[in-house]
Write a protein that binds this ligand. Structure first.
Ligand code: ZN
Length: 190
């Protein structure tokens, strides 16, 4: 398969023809052209691009499938110290192409539907949707790289003290910011 990694990913394609021909598209997508994603991150370098690889195919039941890989270097705000840190947003996904809600409801569970027109699909929108899904909900520096670590350790020392004095101070997994969220989620389940 020939490839030209520096080329911009085409925006509008006929995905059904690409699927019939088992085409692989590789290209770059300038992050500044993805307005929703740009707003969702703290920033990115000048001329930063998302690397995209999309493989179009058909399965045994003639469903049209797109398997994709994405990688975008961005800045995310660490939720412990609130400063920006470099991060690589990466995603691998498999989508079933559909032209109606009815078709979408018939897809097997392992395929996420991506709705297209009869003869065209917006690959930029596809890539941007997947990048947004791949954003970490709670980005954090590695603990030893986070400027807020000394403060955090002081807080934890306090928490240890209150535990000793019988005050409820949460679970033992203080390192894990998700443990609190996980607890909430369980309680909210109906
Ligand atoms: Zn941090």
């Amino acid at each position: 398969m020939s490839k030209a990694p520096e080329a911009e990913l085409p925006r509008s394609v006929d995905p059904y023809r690409l699927a019939e021909r088992q085409t692989v598209l590789e290209g770059e997508l300038p992050l500044e052209k993805l307005s929703r994603f740009s707003e969702a991150v703290s920033g990115f370098g000048e001329a930063a691009v998302c690397q995209v690889k999309l493989s179009f195919s058909q399965d045994s039941e003639r469903r049209r499938i797109v398997s994709g890989e994405l990688e975008a270097p961005v800045l995310l705000e660490c939720q412990r110290c609130m400063t920006d840190m470099p991060a690589l947003v990466a995603s691998r996904f498999v989508l079933g192409l559909v032209t109606s809600d009815e078709q979408a409801s018939q897809l097997p569970k392992e395929l996420e539907p991506f709705q297209t027109d009869d003869f065209s699909a917006d690959l930029w929108q596809m890539a941007e949707d997947e990048l947004l899904l791949a954003l970490p909900p709670f980005p954090l520096h590695e603990r030893n790289e986070c400027p807020a670590t000394p403060e955090l350790e002081a807080l934890e020392a306090d928490a240890d003290d209150s535990e000793k004095s019988g005050v409820e101070a949460g679970e033992t997994e203080k390192d894990n910011p998700f443990s609190v969220l996980a607890g909430l989620r369980v309680k909210k389940k109906h």
